[in-house]
Design a protein around this ligand. Structure first.
Ligand code: OGA
Ligand code: MN
Length: 283
């Protein structure tokens, strides 16, 4: 197994293993590389849903995603991230990642690892970006670090309560049900979280999910969130991934945020399978 860095910020490709065949790798070495590089890319993989699920389970227990109408019909552990339509409805999450976020930070137990596998890609566009939240924290001005040290962010799934995001056009009709009734309760998480495995501190807010700061008036909280959100997506923190069919990308949501760049033609098919590993309560 070889590990090659992919950017000055974060991300590495792992060469020389077949994810569907545990005999070709040492999981501890993969896990160490993942903690070190935050995002790992495995190219040319040929993964049946069972292979994808089995490998994902090595990272922890899997979550059945709350977007119940976007699950793989035979494997509920797999969320379809897809632009495909069948019988006039989208079979998968079309708008996944349209704003920077850390997966399911809106839950009490957010996702630790996400594993996304590309089955079909448009010729142009459909890239994804990841940003390093260790470096985001470390490069904050000292005064800001001190100011946010004990603050907690309020995270919500409900897009209608977040002025920084839009409801995607495809969900105009079912927005109330999707983002209202079905939203879990808000989650309250420290704005600076400590990674439970590396012990390092990471900035833990995002424009998709963080709508306020616990106990702080919006007149003060919103400008502070604006500052943190602008800081966390600076170009020097980012790895930009151009997908090829057969890529499996694994990222650590406890120390990264990510963004779907889109930019493909209307009607183009972009189809991926995703699993989510249940993480711990952030501290
Ligand atoms: C996700 C996600 C981004 C993309 O699957 O969690 O945000 O580019 N995907 O598909
Ligand atoms: Mn995501």
């Amino acid at each position: 197994m070889r590990v090659n860095r992919l950017s000055d910020a974060l991300g590495a490709e792992v060469v020389g293993i077949d994810v569907s065949d545990p005999a070709t790798y040492d999981f501890d070495a993969v896990h160490r590389a993942w903690l070190a590089h935050q995002v790992l890319v495995f190219r040319d993989q040929s993964l049946a849903p069972e292979d994808h699920i089995a490998f994902s389970r090595r990272f922890g227990d899997l979550e059945v995603h709350l977007s119940a109408d976007h699950l793989h019909p035979e494997h509920s552990e797999i969320l379809l991230v897809s632009t495909r339509q069948e019988n006039g409805r989208y079979i998968g999450a079309v708008s996944a990642g349209d704003y920077w976020h850390s997966d399911l930070s809106c839950q009490r137990l957010p996702t630790s690892a996400s594993l996304l596998y590309a089955l079909e890609m448009p010729d142009v566009g459909g890239d994804t970006e990841w940003a390093d939240m260790y470096a985001a924290y470390e490069t904050l001005p000292a005064a800001t670090k001190a100011r946010i040290a004990d603050l907690k962010g309020v995270h919500t799934f409900n897009r209608m309560r977040n002025p920084r995001v839009h409801v995607p056009e495809v969900h105009n009709d079912d927005a109330k049900m999707r983002y209202g009734e079905r939203s879990p309760d808000d989650a309250i998480h420290p704005i600076i979280r400590t990674h439970p495995e590396t012990g390092r501190k990471a900035l833990y807010v995002s424009e998709r999910f963080t709508i306020g700061i616990e106990g702080m008036d919006d007149s003060e909280a919103q400008p502070l969130l604006d500052e943190l959100i602008a800081h966390q997506k600076r170009p020097e923190l980012i790895y930009h991934h151009k997908w090829t069919v057969g890529d499996l990308v694994i990222w650590d949501n406890r120390c990264t945020i990510h963004y779907a760049c889109r930019g493909f033609a209307p009607g183009a098919i972009r189809h991926l399978h995703r699993t989510s590993v249940i993480g711990d309560v952030p501290y």
